[in-house]
Design a protein around this ligand. Structure first.
Ligand code: ACO
Length: 429
């Protein structure tokens, strides 16, 4: 293969170096295009634009491949834990026993949030979406731990913020749930590991002690692992872009949480269940809603379907569908929404519109069924996604900030507004 791509515009020639990734992904570097030819490239939605080189996650949308640090997602979902997978993403390799224990212990040590932060929950109306309070709380952590806010944090300082964020997000999420249902906060326990501790803080109460089951803990582990990273998606790109201005990690992740909130991204898990409930309430006519999704004059979309990158299947959706089936069977739950979701998937996959556009269920199509079975309220679904995505955001922020070639993110535009116009004094308008 050639080393360069030649771009010829208006008699000017630019040699663009070719970059090839570990798995053969190819790009050419157009960094000097504007200074050489006065042209920029246009790619709204970044459907064809690489923003960085990254060694964290590999995905092949055509083949349905997803790997964290080279390890297939299927193996991690079956054998790993969320804490171990977080270590893998952030530090680039699997931990040994001692490292894993030290990492886990650090979560226990940092699980409490500053007592004063509890007042912030009181300031929020009970109607607030928990993603609003989560984003605000994560950004506010910068005020409570100012000693870690530095423009060029050391490796040790980054590690401390990472552990704090991973641990405290769990407590913040559980507290915001308790606040929304008007119950007293349940504090983190030192004898419980990451996922059991979270479930206990969410569901335990003095009048109704939480009965934890291995099946629920495992299902939650799987969901968190599957959400842990997904390379340059909307929220991760947001974290990188905000961080590229040297904004601190708390601020960058707070922005990522806001990006995740939208129904086209992490808010889709909530939107899927709302859609299924609506279809069920209106008689369960799957084909009617498929027709609505296809109708270009109707804004309705089949939530949980389609993906920018996956064009054959989303490997996470495959694992989650099986996980949902297994969990509901083990818990003896019959959820009519699961039947409806399966009928919907079957009908869509036979439909020419969905086939032609390569639209398949994504990670969020079945995840909500599992959250429902576990007892997580609907508006907390995107929050669960945020807990899962935390190690990915941290790993990307760290990779970006430690890369000496990183520049502040600053795209260009083509201006299409008014030409130069003189100011008119108000009395002459
Ligand atoms: N229902 C109906 N039609 C769809 C859907 C859908 N869910 N998704 C895409 N299409 C159609 C579009 O209308 C478009 O049709 P056209 O070519 O006739 O104009 C075509 O498929 C391509 O869709 P785009 O919107 O251009 O694809 P893009 O890559 O920009 O969007 C996205 C991907 C946002 C995920 C989209 O498929 C979607 O809105 N899905 C529903 C929301 C969802 O599930 N989001 C979660 C994604 S996974 C995640 O973020 C964790």
């Amino acid at each position: 293969m050639a080393d360069n791509v030649q771009v010829n515009i208006d008699g000017k020639t630019l040699e663009c170096p070719i970059i090839v990734g570990t798995e053969g992904d190819k790009a050419f570097d157009i960094g000097k295009l504007r200074s050489t030819t006065n042209f920029i490239t246009m790619d709204p939605g970044f459907g064809n634009t690489g923003s960085c080189k990254s060694a964290i996650t590999y995905l092949d949308g055509e083949k349905g491949v997803l790997r964290y640090r080279g390890i297939p997602i299927e193996q991690l979902a079956e054998k790993s834990t969320f804490v171990e997978t977080s270590y893998l993403l952030i530090y680039g390799r699997l931990p040994n026993q001692k490292e894993l224990e030290a990492f886990s212990d650090a979560f226990t040590e940092h699980s409490m949030i500053h007592e004063d932060m509890k007042n912030l929950f009181d300031a929020y109306p009970s109607t607030a979406h928990p993603m609003a309070s989560l984003s605000a709380m994560v950004c506010s952590m910068s005020a409570y731990y100012p000693e870690l806010i530095k423009e060029n944090p050391t490796k040790e300082e980054i590690d401390r913020i990472a552990v704090q964020l991973l641990s405290k997000i769990r407590t913040i999420c559980a507290f915001s749930h308790k606040k929304s249902i008007g119950e007293a906060f349940v504090y983190p326990r030192h004898d419980l590991r990451y996922v059991p501790n979270f479930l206990n803080m969410m569901f335990d109460s003095p009048t109704n002690p939480y009965k934890m089951t291995d099946e629920v803990v495992r299902a939650m582990q799987v969901l968190l692992i599957l959400h842990a990273d997904h390379e340059q998606n909307c929220s991760t790109s947001t974290v990188r872009l905000v961080g590229s201005s040297h904004a601190n990690l708390y601020a960058s992740i707070s922005a990522g949480i806001c990006a995740l909130w939208g129904p086209l991204h992490g808010g889709a898990n909530q939107a899927v269940i709302e859609m299924l409930e609506e279809i069920q309430a209106n008689g369960g006519d799957v084909l009617k809603y498929i027709a609505k999704a296809k109708d270009k004059n109707d804004s309705f979309r089949l939530m949980g379907f389609g993906h920018r990158v996956y064009k054959n299947f989303d490997p996470r959706a495959k694992i989650i569908k099986k996980c949902a089936d297994d969990l509901l069977n083990k818990l003896g739950i019959h959820d009519p929404l699961l039947d409806l979701a399966k009928r919907m998937e079957e009908a869509a996959l036979k439909d020419e519109y969905f086939i032609a556009r390569k639209l398949y269920p994504n990670v969020d199509f079945y995840s909500g069924i599992i959250y429902r079975a576990i007892g997580i309220p609907l508006n907390m679904f995107p929050v669960m996604f945020a807990i899962g995505r935390m190690p990915g955001w941290i790993a990307h922020w760290k990779e970006m900030i430690q890369d000496p070639t990183t520049k502040i993110g600053r795209p260009f535009q083509i201006y299409i507004g008014a030409p130069k116009t003189d100011y008119t004094p108000i009395e002459q308008r």
